[in-house]
Design a protein around this ligand. Structure first.
Ligand SMILES: Cc1cc2nc3c(=O)[nH]c(=O)nc-3n(C[C@H](O)[C@H](O)[C@H](O)COP(=O)(O)OP(=O)(O)OC[C@H]3O[C@@H](n4cnc5c(N)ncnc54)[C@H](O)[C@@H]3O)c2cc1C
Ligand code: FES
Length: 261
């Protein structure tokens, strides 16, 4: 874990409320593993003193990039940052995804909205290609499709309003594939918690392994404040674990979904 003041190299809109920021952070870029996140302090915002967690989307050439959706004050302030601005970043943080190897099951990536950002490094570094299912409410929520296609992954978009790709929830085409593919696949998912719960139910129903990256609001990001806890099954019953340190990636069977709000 490193704390660094980093310089913005580029920052701009991707689509709708989604932006891409590139930061000069060579040590974090060299250390990051797929599914890990950065904890970012946006400068000049008295209301945004606390850091904000973001998946590290890409890393290389001395930079990391983050795909972010403007949802509140912190992300709105981030959208205003110009090249040359400085901000404090802690990272890489958390426990990421297990990398698929060529002898294992075919990886199926399932993303909702900005959840796709947590899956790019996995797609890039996996020894085997599979299918990426990208979901969102409408066309503007389907982002970074070309990045995954360029890596040789098949991309299947789905939108709830049918404005792009298949109409409906992203888990429906996943279900259809599981009905055909049986147990020779593994699911990797990042998105809103209801989507992750649906992925976990599919994994259980079709008896396939699944790793999910949990989305919780965070404060410290380093295990000290317990803001981010999630109920996790244990041999004795269940316990709270910290998404920022024990996660954000968990085996889907570990999470006590019936207790997740
Ligand atoms: C491990 C992890 C990785 C993440 N990766 C990304 C990413 O790659 N790209 C991205 O855009 N966002 C990501 N997020 C969510 C991101 O951290 C929040 O959207 C951000 O903190 C909001 O900050 P804000 O100041 O703009 O919003 P605030 O003003 O703090 O809140 C605005 C609204 O967003 C909601 N919100 C705040 N935090 C979250 C959250 N974690 N999940 C869902 N809703 C939230 C609030 O409840 C409120 O309704 C990630 C979160 C986690 C835990
Ligand atoms: S955010 Fe503080 S313990 Fe996880």
């Amino acid at each position: 874990m490193l704390e660094r003041t980093v310089c913005v190299r580029a920052n701009g809109r991707l689509s709708g409320p989604y932006y891409l920021i590139e930061l000069e952070a060579p040590e974090i870029a060299a250390a990051v593993k797929p599914g890990q996140f950065a904890h970012v302090r946006v400068p000049g915002q008295p209301e945004a003193l606390l850091r904000r967690p973001f998946s590290i989307f890409k890393a290389g050439g001395g930079t990391i990039s983050i795909v972010y959706k403007v949802v509140g004050r912190g992300t709105a302030a981030m959208a205003q940052l110009c090249p040359g601005a400085e901000l404090s970043v802690i990272g890489p943080l958390g426990r990421g995804f297990t990398l698929p190897d060529s002898s294992g099951p075919v990886p199926l990536l399932v993303a909702g909205g900005y959840g796709i950002a947590a899956l790019y490094l996995l797609a890039e570094r996996a020894a085997v290609r599979g299918i990426v299912f990208m979901g969102g409410k409408s066309r503007s929520d389907i982002i970074c499709e070309a990045d995954f296609s360029a890596l040789g992954w098949e991309v299947r978009p789905a939108t709830e309003d049918g404005s792009y790709g298949e109409k409906g929830l992203v888990t429906e085409p996943v279900r259809a594939l599981l009905e055909r593919a049986g147990s020779r696949v593994k699911l990797f998912a990042c998105g809103p918690m209801p989507m992750l719960a649906a992925v976990a139910r599919l994994a259980e129903q079709f008896n396939v392994p699944a790793e999910v990256s949990a989305d919780r609001q965070m404060c410290c990001g380093v295990g000290a404040c317990l803001t981010c806890v999630i109920p996790v099954r244990t041999p004795a019953g269940w316990e709270y674990q910290r998404v920022c340190t024990e996660g954000p990636v968990f085996d889907a069977r570990q999470i006590a979904w019936e207790m997740v709000s």
